[in-house]
Design a protein around this ligand. Structure first.
Ligand code: NAD
Length: 486
């Protein structure tokens, strides 16, 4: 792997994200040689830690990681420095700037700066404006900013956030994380779509009946109730992850696989998100909330949740893109917590046969072809075809052509955060989101939110079930049904 030189500053270096995701990801990059001699990491947070204490935290965060040995871990940890920091104190930025320069000289990092905002979003604007006012940007190499979700909570707050980071960084320096774009099978979906002459020409309304995207979680709200009570599944999962998956399923083929062309295609697609009315939103979106089961609390009984909370832990919806390529093809999406199992899947249902020659001999009906992309936890895909049951009669049956990556291969593959940080180090924005995507998706989502806030049913469902019956009815109403995921 080509070595990348950089001084990486992590705002929120003592936090949960940094420990669970970022340090392991940086370690694997070190193991693979993407990071080697010419990098240093500055962790900042409020607590007054020493470098030594910080390095112990780094070592601890790697305990369950593969590819670790004492010596490599020690040399990796020696690249980490800690700076206690209050985000509102201008003096602290000057200290940070001096430390960055010193480490840049020491490690010959070529003036490259990668800033990672791993803190609560309310601080992002303050940090960005100080980065600019205290002149932390390097004049010599690159300056890049990685920024976490949530990117706002509606269009207005997203715009405000974007304007505030825009004061310090240009769009081509901003790397907005949507970690679904770092997942193997999400990236693999593009390979499936654009390299198979079998699929590419039929990827449109003439051959596809409907698309179904499922992001099902088995867990409940866990320790995130404080945040979740202000967000809900629509903001937490649909505006970002589900919308990004829709883009990858539905966007036109980019002319080349470069960040510019991929984002051009995505932007065009998002421009086709329909202008919703609240009435459409009420008709085509269902919200739900989980109830208790024998062994688990209901959402309203969880710690830090209002006992009358109307926050949705489940969403199902129908999106009709305003795109001639997809006229009449509904995109059904659903996501929820406490469902029967964890599964992220994309199902493409093809249109039925117009005439079946075997009907005349009393054969069973031909079923529709379906391509399912399994994103998680299984990774691979299945295409169903009609075949014949062995025997003298012409009985049709549905046969799956299935491919799955083996668990060994999955375990050895880089995790989403590792891929995305590597992309940012290399200056590749393909798998990050751009502002126009945020803008278009928030505008759409805001209408659904508004319709619900103005009063809409909250469909209760049992923990461990497949979600509320209202989500099934949403499809049945128009003659569709969910692919069996659960
Ligand atoms: P956290 O609360 O665990 O960590 C917050 C960090 O910010 C800590 O290091 C804390 O010391 C620091 N901090 C807080 N106030 C400060 C101040 N005034 N000055 C200086 N430092 C301050 O949060 P987290 O779970 O690590 O999440 C960080 C970001 O990542 C958030 O934007 C969150 O939405 C996002 N995110 C987290 C996860 C996850 O798995 N934890 C997943 C997706 C996105």
């Amino acid at each position: 792997a080509k070595e990348q030189a950089s001084i990486i500053t992590i705002f929120g270096g003592s936090g949960d994200l940094a420990r669970r995701k970022l340090y392991p990801a940086l370690y694997q990059l070190y193991h693979r040689g993407v990071l080697a001699d010419h990098f240093a990491v500055i962790g900042t947070a409020r607590r007054p830690w020493s470098d030594e204490f910080y390095r112990d935290i780094i070592r601890e965060s790697l305990q369950d990681e593969p590819n670790t040995d004492e010596e490599t871990v020690a040399s990796f940890a020696s690249h980490f420095y800690y700076q206690s920091h209050d985000v509102t104190d201008a003096d602290h930025y000057i200290t940070l700037k001096n430390l960055s320069q010193k480490l840049d000289d020491q490690y010959e990092a070529k003036g490259n700066r990668l800033f990672y905002m791993a803190m609560a979003p309310r601080f992002f604007g303050t940090i960005a404006s100080h980065i600019r006012s205290e002149n932390l940007l390097s004049a010599k190499g690159y300056n890049r900013l990685i920024i976490e979700k949530p990117f706002g909570r509606d269009y207005d707050s997203a715009k405000e956030l974007n304007d505030s980071i825009g004061a310090a960084f240009n769009e081509d320096q901003v790397y907005r994380i949507d970690h679904y774009l770092g997942k193997e099978m999400v990236q693999g979906l593009l390979a499936l779509r654009f390299t198979n002459p079998l699929l590419t020409p039929i990827w449109n309304k003439d051959y596809i009946s409907d698309v179904q995207i499922t992001l099902a979680e088995k867990v409940g709200v866990e320790e995130r109730a404080g945040y979740y009570e202000t967000a809900g599944a629509l903001r937490d999962m649909v505006q970002n992850h589900i919308m990004q998956l829709i883009a990858y399923v539905a966007m036109q083929q980019p002319t080349t696989f470069t960040p510019e062309e991929v984002h051009k295609s995505k932007n065009k697609l998002f421009a086709h998100l329909p202008v919703l009315t609240e009435e459409d939103a009420k008709r085509n979106w269902v919200r739900g909330q989980y109830l208790a089961s024998a062994s688990q609390k209901g959402y309203r009984q969880e710690d830090n949740v209002d006992e009358n909370s109307n926050i949705e832990t489940y969403v199902a919806g129908r999106i009709d893109l305003d795109d001639p390529r997809w006229t009449g093809v509904p995109f059904f999406v659903r996501t929820g917590k406490r469902l029967a199992k964890k599964a992220t899947e994309i199902a493409i249902n093809f249109k039925p046969l117009s005439h079946n020659i075997f009907d005349a001999v009393g054969s069973k009906e031909a079923r529709v072809n379906r391509l399912t992309v399994y994103v998680e936890p299984e990774q691979g895909y299945t295409l169903t075809l009609n075949g014949k049951t062995i025997g003298a009669d012409y009985d049709l049956r549905q046969d799956p052509l299935s491919f799955r990556y083996s668990q060994d291969v999955i375990d050895a593959a880089p995790e989403a955060y590792e891929r995305l940080i590597r992309d940012a180090l290399r200056g590749d924005q393909t798998n990050f989101t751009r502002w126009p995507e945020q803008e278009a998706t928030w505008k759409y989502i805001d209408v659904v939110r508004k319709a619900w806030d103005d009063g809409a049913d909250l469909a209760m469902y049992n923990s461990g079930s497949h979600g509320p019956a209202a989500a099934d009815k949403l499809l049945e109403r128009d003659g569709y049904s969910w692919a069996e995921t659960f």
